[in-house]
Design a binder for this molecule. Sequence first.
Ligand SMILES: [Zn+2]
Length: 230
Amino acid sequence: MEPGEYLPDCTEGITRVEDLPPPAVRRRSRNYRRRRCPLCGQPGYRYGWGQRRLDHVGDVAWNLPQVVRVRYSKHRCASCRHCFTPAMSDLAPPGSHYTGRVLSLAVRLVVEDGLPYRAASWHLWRDHRVFVPYATIQNWVEAARAEDDHLDWALSDFSGYLAVDELYDGPFCVLSAVDPRRQRRLLYEVLDHDPTQGDVLFFLARLNEAIGAARVPAVDAALPPMAPTS
Ligand SMILES: [Zn+2]
């Protein structure tokens, strides 16, 4: 091969997902005999197993897609009977079929590099060997934007009062910040485990950053017009 010679991607022209090269499989374990119940803190013993498949950024050295298979234990609390699974949000957001790494890469391609959704989808495949339908990328980007727009709106007349709370919903914990005077939700974060000190600090830092960013223009806009210098 000559330097600078153009070679098309070896999968160029493939239109069916089934025809793409098969993925390399990495295994991860979240299998424990006992975990602390996120609701009441009592021990929850394992009563079964589950498996989750996550599409990950590909193995570029071998030019292969990569799949992470997570085998996890299912637990039931001996005290309150709550059923839960061990934390996995470091690998992927709750309910996602892709790792967090794939999500952030896709959103950056659109938001930072300005790629259209279809081009971002092709880029992810060609350079990172992960297949994400462009409509899925569109959903991710719009969800990220909706969150920003909502926050801009909610902070547009922020009362200065803030209530931060944690709510439990099945296996998930929702950290939530509201403006109680205006009855508006400002920010929330879904965790698939009970919140650690790090989770709470990270959440408060995000909130602080958002309020800081929103408050500066609001304060400027509220200033009276400058008196003409005499
Ligand atoms: Zn419990």
